[in-house]
Design a protein around this ligand. Structure first.
Ligand code: EMF
Length: 339
């Protein structure tokens, strides 16, 4: 995200936990790399309210990439943005209160809400506010429900969304669906010697994949785009919507290796969500939702939703087929998300 911001020419600040003698060499080198590319790095903790307010007074857009289990700590960022933007919780800017009063007469509540939303966008154009992109980047949790372990995690993201909306801070939510390299590593295990691949459910349900660099490149564009203010942006590129079977077949053709398919039936996966220890139970419920139920392609974009590749048709995103070519020669290091 930082590299994409710099590449697109934006003055970029990073607020990061302090380096300590225990910090990994990777983290130390990343700080050095950011600093040498002109990033302003301020080290601190999320509870240092005044420090964060002072930084936020210097920026227009705040993008949080806090992972689970820190999602709820974003409340400190919301409080700091409100102070830095002189926004009182839930109060419309004064000028908007006048508009609201004049517009209330003679229109129904939904029409009135639309008028307010349009007027707020005009207001923000005239009185630029700081925009906040909370740490989302996964499923669209306001339209889906999941098995309990994943549901409990996503409830935290929903809490932060409601807190942002209650604060009146302009926002953009990003649902990037499946991180491409992350899930290709998880499903295909290119770093291991193995004769079989696991398929969750039938393997026919489809899921949208977005290469991590494209998530960052789209997000910096989205964060700076007036069209996406107070909107949900979904990353769902047509060429990157594949089933596990399609993915494995592509990989077999590219590697010339054919794998034994080991299916985990839905009922077994549901049982694993109930019996595995945390956080493996969460991962099992993610797999159930994404690859067994196909939840990520089971809802239509609403009238208030935007799709990234339609917003930026000139941006050439990396297709899954191209990403598999990268995996053939230099597979990215596997990772495992925390919860
Ligand atoms: C297969 C195991 O899944 C995971 O490890 C977690 C990282 C995956 C994840 C976490 C949160 C999400 O919203 C999401 O959307 C697709 C995906």
């Amino acid at each position: 995200m930082v590299k994409a911001s710099i590449k697109l020419g934006h003055p970029t600040f990073v607020f990061a936990r302090p380096l300590t003698p225990q910090s990994t060499i990777n983290k130390i080198n990343l700080h050095k790399e950011f600093q040498s590319s002109g990033v302003t790095i301020i080290q601190g903790e999320l509870k240092e309210h005044e420090k964060i307010v002072a930084i936020l007074r210097q920026v227009d857009i705040v993008i949080s990439v806090l992972p689970f289990p820190q999602v709820l700590d974003q409340i400190h960022i919301i409080e700091a943005i409100k102070v830095a933007s002189n926004i009182k919780d839930g109060e419309l800017p004064n000028k908007m209160v006048e508009v609201a009063r004049t517009k209330r007469r003679g229109c129904g509540s939904s029409e009135f809400a639309c008028k307010i939303s349009c007027k707020l966008r005009e207001y923000y154009k005239e009185y630029p506010q700081k925009r906040f992109l909370p740490s989302e980047f996964g499923v669209e949790e306001d339209r889906l429900s999941f098995l309990p372990p994943f549901e409990a995690c996503l409830e935290k993201k929903r809490k932060i969304r409601r807190a942002v909306e209650a604060s009146g801070i302009p926002y953009t939510y990003v649902s990037a669906n499946c991180f491409g390299a992350y899930f290709l590593n998880y499903l295909l295990r290119p770093h291991e010697q193995h004769e079989d691949v696991t398929i969750y459910g039938s393997g026919e349900a489809k899921a949208p994949f977005t290469y991590e660099e494209d998530i960052a490149n789209y997000t910096i564009r989205v964060a700076n785009d007036p069209r996406t203010c107070n909107k949900m942006v979904i990353y769902k590129m047509q060429k990157n919507i594949l089933s596990q079977i399609e993915l494995i077949s592509l990989w077999e053709k590219k590697t010339g290796k054919y794998f034994k398919k080991v299916h985990v039936p839905e009922e077994e996966l549901v049982k694993l969500t109930e019996t595995l220890p945390f956080p493996d139970n969460v991962r099992a419920s993610v797999l159930h939702s994404v690859f067994v139920k196909g939840d990520l392609v089971n809802y239509e974009l609403g009238e208030n939703d935007l799709e990234a590749s339609s917003l930026y048709p000139d941006y050439k995103y990396t297709t899954v087929d191209q990403l598999l070519d990268v995996f053939l020669v230099d597979p990215p290091k596997p990772a495992l998300a925390t919860f």
